[in-house]
Every structure is written in C-alpha cells, then in structure tokens.
Design a protein around this ligand. Structure first.
Ligand code: FAD
Ligand code: NAG
Ligand code: NAG
Length: 380
C-alpha cells in the first residue's frame, strides 16, 4: 500500500499537468495509468496525421513551455515528445499498467482508498490519499451507436480511435460515420489514400478552418461572444459558400456559443470540404440498417461497403470505478457543475481535471486551480 497526499487517476495531459502543478508546490502525488504508457490517447489511440487543432498559445500546459521554434499547429509526434521531455524534467512519475477498479472514501480515516489492478502481475494494488483527482478523460471509451445489423456486418467496423491511416483502404469502399473533427479528417485521409469514401453527416455542424477559429479565439478576448459568432459564421460562409446543397446544414446557434454551452466544437476543415464539393467524398444521411455488406440509408440509398469507421465520439468511464454518494459526476460521467466551477466537488477532496470540453486549454486551467485549492486546504 502506498500513501500520498493526492491520487491522480489517468496519465493523459490532464493527469500529468495536475502532477506538475502539485510537484511545484511540493505536494506528494501519484499518477495511475491503466495503459502501458502515459499520454496513451496521443500515442496509441489517434490517427497518424493528427495535429493540434488550436494554435500552440492555447495548448501549453503549466510549467511546460513549447520550444520557441515550434510550429503554430503542433503535430502529434512533437506534442508527445514535448510531454516526454517535460515529464522527466518536472519529476512527474506516472505509474503505468495500473488499471483503477475502485475509489472509495473511507469516512473513519478521511481518506480515499484506490484499488488498481496491476495489469502486468494481475495483482491488486492499493493507494491511500487525502485528495482524489479524476483525470481519466472525456474520451475514455470509444462510443459506437446501435445500428440494426451491425453485428453481422461482413466488412470491418472500427472506432476512429483504432484508425491509424488509410494505407490498407486503397480501392475499397469505406464509410465514415460522424462529421466532427475526427470523422472529417479521417474521410479526407482515406480519400487521399485512394479509398472510395463516403461520410454520414447526420446533425447540423459548423464548418470552419483553423485560421477562422483562431481569429475567433483571439477576438473573444475583447469582444462579446455573440458578435464573435456572427463574424466567424460570416467568414465561414465567405470561405465555403452555402453547404446545404452538399448535405451539410448549419446549427441555429453560433459555434462559440455551442462550444461554451454544450461542449460541441465546430469542425475544422483540413481539405474534406473541397473533396465533398468535387464529389470525391460522398455525403450520406443516417444509416437505417445493415444487411451483410449492404448498408441502407435514410434517403433510400443502398450500397455495399468494405469498412465502416465510426467517428461517433467517446464516453467518460469514471462511473465504472468511482464510488461517490454525492454525485459530483452526472449519469454521463461528466461533472454536474458547469465551467468554471466544474473542477471541484464540494465534499471529500474530490476533483476532476480535463472534463470541461475545452481541450488542453481547459486542462491547464483545471490543473492550476486544483493544485492551488489543495495547497490552501493543506495549509489551513
Ligand atoms: C483524436 C483527438 C484529437 C484531439 N485534438 C485536440 C487538440 O488538437 N487540442 C486540444 O486541446 N484537445 C484535443 N483533443 C481533446 C483531447 O482529448 C484532450 O486535449 C486531451 O488528450 C485530454 O487529456 P486528458 O488527460 O483529459 O484525457 P486523455 O488524454 O484521454 O487521458 C486520460 C488517461 O486516463 C487513463 N485512464 C482512463 N481510465 C483509467 C482507469 N480506470 N485507471 C487508470 N487509468 C485510466 C487513460 O488510459 C488515458 O491515458 C483531441 C481528442 C481526440 C480524441
Ligand atoms: C518541455 O519540452 C519542450 C519541447 O520538447 C522543451 O523545449 C522544454 O524545455 C521542456 N521544458 C522543461 C521544463 O523540460
Ligand atoms: C463508390 O461508393 C459509392 C457509394 O457507396 C458507390 O455508389 C459507387 O459505386 C462506388 N464506386 C466504385 C467505383 O465502386
């Protein structure tokens, strides 16, 4: 059994950043990670051509500066390298192969007892801590919707987190489901690899490019959100024209409003829109059913496919292991309270880092707030 002041579950950017902030304040902590490496989402569950969607100024983690010559939009491998250099420099000590199975508050000793399965030895390991930080991620488990006949689909069906690149899909008929950043970028990647690519776009979505998003983020520092939304939507329209005739509808609310209120990010185009306009990527409505290798769509289309990539998002998995009678997390495994008060439970030294749907920017904010709060609890 190991005892520390703070137990952190998950060694993604959120867990690592929180540990960096705690180390800076000389507060003892342990970071537990179920995979065999830290930053596993970046190392093992994201496609090869991924770059950070936001400019580097919005992605820096506390005490970890990017090198001055880093490109504005940092590629995945460089981001991983940055984490690795800084983790060793900042004395962060993630413990890998520790799959947390339960976390329970022991009222008689006022401490959290965390039990993890050591996946190398198959043994149980226990940790005690006054504080618990949940940093297991909004993207813990890939979500695949229920589709009639999917179990008997003749081709390959995978979640986007298992997609690396388009190499093996050349010449194949491939369907991507989902029009978020992953879906749109994977469709572009597949098409570049010579796959006959279609994409299911079900809900309305804002399509912007990274320059427009960057303009919006910078403008938000001195302009009200509704003005920024109007400007950004206008720029999107100038850049892409009316996309409804290609099957892409715009939501009624603006992109930054939706991001703030519902955590729904606009899709940042990397080249797919042009391919949709030329017909290289076909847009389809929802799937109604699957029969063998045939997929049926709401508009009556039926075609045969070799593969389906579900870019249909992720789910939090905290409710699988956290036992918290105070219901700090809702039934979706997200904090009940909204930003900027989401990171702290009122009771029992329980916190969350990385659950504000604000990416790395939100993570930096959470990590700093949590470390300061724990520090003031310990001194008072
Ligand atoms: C494809 C993709 C691209 C993205 N691009 C960007 C971007 O450009 N900019 C941006 O700001 N954000 C981006 N995001 C959002 C991104 O998820 C976050 O920025 C960041 O990786 C989240 O960090 P995190 O530490 O909260 O979660 P994660 O990176 O998911 O880390 C959580 C860790 O917890 C571990 N874990 C989970 N459950 C347990 C358990 N029971 N026991 C032990 N360990 C556990 C997981 O294995 C994982 O390593 C992207 C997300 C995806 C999926
Ligand atoms: C963090 O990583 C970057 C890039 O690898 C490096 O330039 C920087 O010096 C590192 N910072 C620390 C504190 O190690
Ligand atoms: C490409 O996919 C579309 C949609 O599934 C299909 O209609 C078309 O026949 C396919 N083209 C080829 C050459 O297979």
């Amino acid at each position: 059994m190991e005892e520390v002041q703070v137990i952190i579950v998950g060694a993604g950017p959120a867990g690592l950043a929180t540990s960096a902030c705690l180390n800076h304040l000389k507060i003892t902590n342990v970071v537990l990670e179920r995979e065999d490496c830290y930053a596993s989402l970046w190392k093992k569950r994201s496609y090869d051509r991924l770059k950070l969607h936001l400019a580097k100024e919005f992605c820096e983690l506390p005490y970890m500066t990017f090198p001055p010559n880093a490109p504005t939009y940092i590629p995945k491998d460089m981001f991983v390298q940055y984490l690795e250099t800084n983790v060793s420099q900042l004395g962060i000590n993630p413990k890998c192969n520790q799959n947390v199975k339960s976390a329970l508050y022991e009222v008689d000793i006022n401490k959290w007892r965390v039990t993890a399965e050591n996946t190398l030895l198959g043994a149980q390991e226990e940790y005690l801590g006054k504080f618990l930080v949940v940093a297991s991620g909004e993207n813990s488990i890939g979500y695949v919707p229920e589709v009639q006949g999917l179990d008997e689909f003749k081709g390959e069906a995978i979640h986007s987190s298992n997609y690396e690149n388009g190499k093996k899909y050349g010449g194949k008929n491939v369907l991507v489901v989902g029009s978020g950043n992953s879906g749109m970028e994977i469709a572009y990647d597949l098409s570049n690899s010579g796959a006959n690519t279609s994409i299911v776009i079900r809900s309305p979505v804002h399509v912007l490019n990274k320059e427009i998003v960057h303009f919006g983020m910078v403008s938000l520092k001195f302009l009200p959100l509704n003005i920024v939304d109007k400007a950004v939507v206008l720029l999107g329209k100038l850049k892409y024209g009316d996309l409804t005739k290609y099957g892409i509808r715009k939501p009624k609310e603006g992109p930054f409003f939706l991001k703030a209120a519902k955590g729904r990010a606009p899709t940042i185009d990397v080249g797919s829109i042009n391919k949709i306009k030329t017909g290289e990527i076909k847009v389809l409505p929802s799937i109604t059913s699957i029969d063998g290798d045939l997929i049926r769509f709401q508009n009556g289309n039926v075609d045969s496919y070799n593969a389906i990539i579900f870019a249909t998002g992720y789910k939090s998995s905290v409710l699988n292991w956290l036992q918290d009678d105070n219901h700090y997390f809702n039934e979706n495994g997200m904090p009940q309270k909204s930003f900027p008060n989401h990171w702290k439970s009122e009771k029992r030294g329980l916190y969350s880092a990385g659950f504000s749907r604000r990416g790395l920017f939100g993570i930096a904010y959470d990590a700093r707030s949590i470390a300061e709060d724990i520090s003031s609890c310990l001194t008072s």
